[in-house]
Design a protein around this ligand. Structure first.
Ligand SMILES: NC(=O)c1ccc[n+]([C@@H]2O[C@H](COP(=O)([O-])OP(=O)(O)OC[C@H]3O[C@@H](n4cnc5c(N)ncnc54)[C@H](OP(=O)(O)O)[C@@H]3O)[C@@H](O)[C@H]2O)c1
Length: 260
């Protein structure tokens, strides 16, 4: 008798923030790997387009509106996805957006709004999905964090605070889940070319990048593709039972230099 039951053949995955970037790429890859996927974001039409693409490729996908800043919306998303695909075996928290303000220039409401989406939004998903996973004695929770936890950046203080909150919560959650069969993992992307920060405007972007260079943060100009972060998330959830990828940081590889 094996110490761990293998993963079941059908593993529905709920993806929050699936209308763009890392969430969209994760939904597409998990579907290609055979998972039924539920895509949620505020732009439900974009989720539906991606879901239609998955179905056209022979996969199983469901789209539903989701605002992780609203508890009722999270409840409705999880209930509808469960009804459509069955009990969730995987939940991926990838919703978020980013301002470019300095901490002391943000008013309390704007600061709280970022924490609402990034940190409390992740907790809303956990509180809706994890109790069922614990009862079923299995499941994967993937919280998308950021390398700003290891190396904070200027002009995103509320985000840095929220991502540190996510990793603190994930550590406590992992301890509490020990022995339940439910794995809580953190995936920490470095700079990734997505919709994030695209609303800043050229002047702000140039200013922010200059500050990051000053702090030694933009050491080479390469960005990850969202598909590369999705590959890490897919690896985390595909890890056979008995092992647990607790924290995976993904960085863009620098260009290969010619030997001197
Ligand atoms: N890009 C990077 O360099 C980078 C680096 C490290 C970590 N990350 C993290 O990666 C995750 C995904 O971001 P991304 O880079 O893929 O950016 P993105 O392309 O802008 O995607 C963000 C997703 O979050 C959704 N979203 C935003 N607010 C939401 C809300 N209140 N409720 C539900 N969904 C919401 C957006 O959809 P709607 O607008 O349709 O709701 C979108 O689907 C975020 O947690 C981000 O912090 C990104």
């Amino acid at each position: 008798m094996p110490r761990f039951e293998p993963h079941p053949p059908r593993r529905p995955a709920l993806i929050a923030g699936a209308s763009s970037g890392i969430g969209a790429a994760t939904a597409t890859l998990l579907a290609a790997n055979g998972h039924p996927v539920a895509l949620g974001a505020r732009r439900a039409d974009r989720c539906e387009e991606i879901a239609a693409g998955v179905r056209a490729a022979g996969g199983e996908a469901f789209a539903h509106p989701l605002d992780v800043a609203d508890s009722d919306s999270v409840k409705a998303f999880v209930a509808a996805a469960t009804e459509a695909l069955g009990d969730p075996e995987i939940v991926v928290s990838s919703a978020g957006d980013l301002g470019a303000e300095r901490v002391h220039e943000l008013d309390a409401e704007a600061f709280a709004a970022q924490v609402q989406v990034h940190l409390i939004g992740a907790h809303r998903l956990v509180s809706q999905v994890v109790p069922g996973m614990v009862a079923r004695r299995r499941g994967d929770v993937v919280l998308v964090s950021s390398d700003v936890v290891r190396a904070p950046r200027t002009r995103m203080g509320a985000y840095v605070a929220a991502k540190n909150g996510i990793e603190g919560m994930a550590q406590a959650l992992r301890m509490e889940l020990e022995g339940t069969g439910v794995r809580a993992s953190v995936v920490r992307p470095g700079p990734t070319m997505t919709g994030m920060g695209m609303g800043w405007g050229a002047e702000t972007t140039a200013e922010v990048l200059e500050e990051w260079v000053k702090w030694g943060l933009a050491r080479h100009p390469y960005f990850l593709k969202p598909e590369q972060v999705a590959a890490a998330i897919a690896a985390v959830v595909a890890t056979p039972r008995g092992a647990h990828l607790t924290l995976v940081e993904v960085q863009p590889e620098a260009a290969v230099e010619r030997p001197r």
